[in-house]
Design a protein around this ligand. Structure first.
Ligand SMILES: [Ca+2]
Length: 86
């Protein structure tokens, strides 16, 4: 389950000690990958991850969303972003 460990590492690395990820942290990650993304697209993505509509993205929500393939595609860039060398 190397993939899961990597995703977990990513989530906690960008989110620090916060129990859940807010929209500002989420936007920071996505904007790093796609500088052209619009506020509307960011909002759409955030809602896609925030399955329970709480306004925060928990790790289980972050990990299970199928759209995560997008993040996985950019994983190398993300790991560079957080300074992870795996
Ligand atoms: Ca949530």
């Amino acid at each position: 389950m190397r993939k899961s460990i990597s995703i977990q590492t990513l989530y906690h690395s960008v989110n620090g000690n916060a129990p859940e990820m807010d929209s500002k942290v989420f936007a920071k990650i996505i904007r790093y990958m796609d500088k052209e993304i619009t506020d509307h697209e960011l909002d759409f993505l955030f809602k896609a991850f925030d399955a329970d509509g709480s306004g925060q993205i928990s790790y289980p929500e972050f990990a299970k969303v199928e759209i995560f393939f997008l993040l996985n595609f950019f994983k190398r860039k993300l790991f560079n972003f957080i300074g992870f060398r795996g």
